[in-house]
Each structure stands twice: as C-alpha cells, then as structure tokens.
Write a protein that binds this ligand. Structure first.
Ligand SMILES: *Cc1c(COP(=O)(O)O)cnc(C)c1O
Length: 221
C-alpha cells in the first residue's frame, strides 16, 4: 500500500475516533482530501481507495487535473476551497461540485448568472474570515448574516453552510465555535472547518467537512 493510501486510512480512522469521542456519528463528518499542488499520480491511488471528496485551490490546476480523473472516477466530488475570481465563475460552475469560497457580492452575482446559464448549481458554502485578517478571503463575522440574506434574496442562491480558515497563530477552537454560532442562527447545517493540524477540535465543535491536505499527501513544496 502506498504511503498516501496509508495516511488516508490513518486520517479516516482518526476522524471516526474523534467523532465517537465527541458523541457524533463518524458518517456525519466528510473528509475532503486537499490535493492542491499534488500530481494526478498521487491522487489516483486515493480515489482507488474509495475517497470521494477532494479540495483544490486553483481553477487552472483543477482544469488540468480533474476532467480526466472524473472519467475514471465519476463518483468524485471536487471542492473549490481557494480564493475565486469573479471572472472564473463560469469555469468554477463547470468544474466544481462544491464551492466553499463564496465571500462577496460580485462573486455571488457572477455565480448566479453562470448557474442559470449552465442549468446546474454546485453546492455553495460561504467563507467567513473569523479572524478578520486583511490578507484572507471571507466575509467578516459581523457581515455574515446580511451577506447570506443578500445571496438568498437578491441572487436566489441556496447556501448550504459556512467555511473558515482560522489565523495560523491563534488557537482554532474559538474560531470554530464562532462559525458554528453564525451557522446556527442562520439555519445552516454544513460547517467546513478543520485542517491537518486541528480537525479533531473542529469535529468537537460540529464540523461536517474537514479539509485535510498535508496529513494525507505530505508537505507541499
Ligand atoms: C491548503 C488548504 C487546506 C489543507 O491544509 P493542510 O494543513 O495541508 O491540511 C485546507 N483548507 C484550505 C482552504 C486550504 O487552502
């Protein structure tokens, strides 16, 4: 068994254990294997081991990797988890099953237009910048409720849930708790939070999706 598949299985086991430890069903947590920057040769064995959900950060890279992979593995679901330019909305709607980085009106508007044109909609998740970091995408926590309402009422978008990336040097749990609160008061069920270093804490605080890259695929160069 390749190293990558061994680490996938270890990650699955750790997710299931964390879920049980915190009184949750293992099936209530979806592992998104973050394959950004990793070549298709590394992704194929992971698909072969039954992994369904994958995360990518760049439209161009996903365009190069996933159409061929999907032919071999039609069950795959690809999540856009990186910053998305509004002028890439058409490609994004065509390429991704889930877009986790919806964070501004201009993008909501373009996605709505392209969803209408394509006649199919990816699952949409709004990114919240829980640490209010200037360099990071996401709506500010205080603006999340209004943005969700705008997506629904002005653009007719169905929003499934929320995503956050806590600041690298903060303890993550308060950020996960904040995301959970915003989701709860907006009636949203999907919570994408937790990465290689902190997915157990995220599961404790209700994550439905954890995005794990380096713990499976190894460090990125
Ligand atoms: C790269 C990335 C991840 C995966 O990070 P790891 O620490 O390698 O698990 C998760 N989420 C987002 C948004 C990312 O950009």
């Amino acid at each position: 068994m390749s190293d990558v598949v061994a680490r996938l299985q270890e990650t699955r086991t750790a997710i299931a254990r964390a879920a049980r430890d915190f009184g949750r069903k293992p099936e209530s947590v979806t592992l998104v294997a973050v394959s950004k920057t990793k070549p298709v040769e590394m992704i194929v064995p992971v698909l072969g081991a039954g992994q369904i959900d994958f995360g990518e950060n760049y439209v161009q890279e996903a365009k190069e990797k996933w159409p061929a992979l999907r032919e071999r593995f039609p069950q795959a679901r690809v999540h856009m988890i990186g910053p998305l330019q509004s002028n890439k909305a058409r490609d994004a709607v065509a390429l991704f099953d889930v877009i986790q980085s919806l964070d501004r009106e201009s993008l909501a508007k373009e996605l709505a237009r392209e969803i209408e044109r394509a006649g199919k909609a990816p699952l949409l998740i709004v990114q919240v910048n829980t640490g209010a970091e200037p360099q990071k995408g996401g709506v500010l926590p205080g603006e999340a409720d209004a943005f969700l309402e705008l997506c629904r009422s002005r653009y007719g978008l169905t929003i499934a849930g929320l995503m956050c990336i806590p600041p690298a040097d903060d303890p993550p749990s308060p950020h996960f708790a904040l995301l959970g609160k915003i989701a709860e008061r907006n009636g949203l069920k999907t919570l994408s939070m937790g990465m290689s270093a902190d997915y157990e804490a995220a599961i404790q605080l209700g994550a439905t999706h954890v995005r794990v890259g380096s713990a499976i695929f190894g460090a990125r160069g």
